[in-house]
Design a protein around this ligand. Structure first.
Ligand SMILES: [Zn+2]
Ligand SMILES: [Zn+2]
Length: 144
């Protein structure tokens, strides 16, 4: 499949540019987070790649390596769960876009940043720098 191949070479390029070796574990973790398109916890990623024979410790180590290399951003949204998110073009400004956290199932979804982010940044200027914008509620799956 052409799309899959380009995705793989994309990921290999990201790793190369970050000065990391393209190991199958790193590629699997990045592919999973790309596919998810939203922040996922260590447990979610580990479950998703378990069929590739990657154990939890390997996934954890690779998530941390990729975060240190700047390919992933890591956030804690007040529920003591670290979630990892791929830093793509869309996410190039780090944690600057808001996230929606479902209080029932714990799923996190990226919200478009744009005007809300800018407005909040401006109004918080005298207080400090915003590193995380969090919206909490009940997702459609749980509310319905
Ligand atoms: Zn939910
Ligand atoms: Zn996000």
């Amino acid at each position: 499949m052409a799309t899959k191949a380009s995705l793989l070479s994309d990921i290999q390029k990201l790793l190369r540019e970050a000065g990391l070796r393209s190991t199958s574990a790193r590629i699997a973790v990045l592919q999973q987070l790309r596919k998810a398109g939203r922040p996922q916890s260590h447990a979610e990623v580990a479950t998703a790649v378990a069929n590739l024979g990657l154990d939890k410790a390997t996934v954890f180590r690779n998530l941390n390596d990729l975060t240190e290399a700047g390919l992933l951003s890591r956030s804690e949204l007040g529920d003591h769960v670290w979630r990892f998110e791929i830093r793509s073009e869309k996410h190039s400004h780090g944690a600057a876009h808001p996230h929606f956290l479902c209080l029932d199932c714990g799923s996190v979804t990226c919200l478009p940043g744009s005007s809300v982010t800018t407005a909040l940044k401006t109004s918080a200027e005298s207080i400090g720098e915003i590193t995380e914008i969090l919206v909490r509620g009940h997702c459609h799956n749980c509310a319905g």
